[in-house]
Write a protein that binds this ligand. Structure first.
Ligand code: ADP
Ligand code: MG
Length: 214
């Protein structure tokens, strides 16, 4: 499994927008990086043993100043040690806090029969409970990507519904196309998971990325 900062570097290479980030090796570095990135920031554990970071108490959001950052740094180390005493902690990721918006999920999975396959869905209950997702075999075209989005039952939410404003569909199409290129160029990727990708009225931003190699 690639660590979140490693997976995000690859995303950046392929033009997938991600939250600005730096990996801190100690508390002081975390404070410095937070100052550089600008508040609010999010801190996350970076550990090869921790796959679901929030389950381990390894994600703390909305840190508004240096003292929030140093408190969160210590809290994350404490939480993660309690969760898994053997987890190796490579560092703590300091990242830009992305404003709340509609959460989408972009995934790829290498199917033994069909090869690299791209997935799209809306975050939370839509994927987990309603299984409202779409799949296409890679490589995909822009038309394929657009269809993957519009065929979802939850598409009206992205188009703009009640108090949720319309999402930038072109930006999401861009993320799907970049993901397709990324996995086609790197056949050793077994699984890719961008969860969530926040959809904005203008643009989209990947907040978490995971890549599993064969
Ligand atoms: P994991 O999926 O490993 O538990 P995530 O990185 O996805 O960890 O973080 C958990 C949740 O915290 C995300 O689904 C998102 O809601 C929120 N979050 C994480 N990073 C950010 C960020 N940079 N900006 C805003 N929200 C974030
Ligand atoms: Mg996640």
């Amino acid at each position: 499994m690639l660590l979140e900062p490693e997976a995000k570097l690859i995303c950046v290479e392929y033009g997938v927008p991600v939250t600005e980030f730096k990996v801190a090796a100690n508390e002081k570095e975390a404070e410095e990086y937070a100052d550089e990135i600008g508040y609010p920031v999010v801190l996350k554990v970076v550990s090869p043993e921790i796959i679901h970071k929030s389950d381990a108490g390894g994600v703390i959001v909305n840190l508004r100043n240096r003292s929030d950052v140093s408190d969160a740094y210590r809290k994350i180390l404490e939480n993660v040690k309690k969760y898994d005493a053997n987890a190796r902690i490579v560092g703590v990721l300091v990242q830009e806090m992305a404003p709340q918006s509609t959460e989408t999920i972009v995934g790829a999975i290498k199917d033994p029969q069909f090869g690299q396959t791209i997935m799209f869905g809306l975050g939370g209950v839509f994927v987990e409970l309603l299984k409202d997702v779409s799949f296409r075999i890679a490589p995909i075209t822009a038309d394929d990507a657009r269809e993957m989005i519009t065929q979802l039952k939850a598409y009206p939410l992205l188009k703009g519904f009640r108090n949720s404003p319309p999402a930038d569909i072109d930006a999401l199409v861009g993320v799907l196309l970049s993901t397709s290129r990324l996995v086609m160029d790197n056949p050793e990727i077994k699984e890719l998971d961008l969860n969530p990708v926040l959809a904005y009225q203008k643009g989209a931003k990947t907040v978490d990325a995971r890549i599993i190699l064969e």
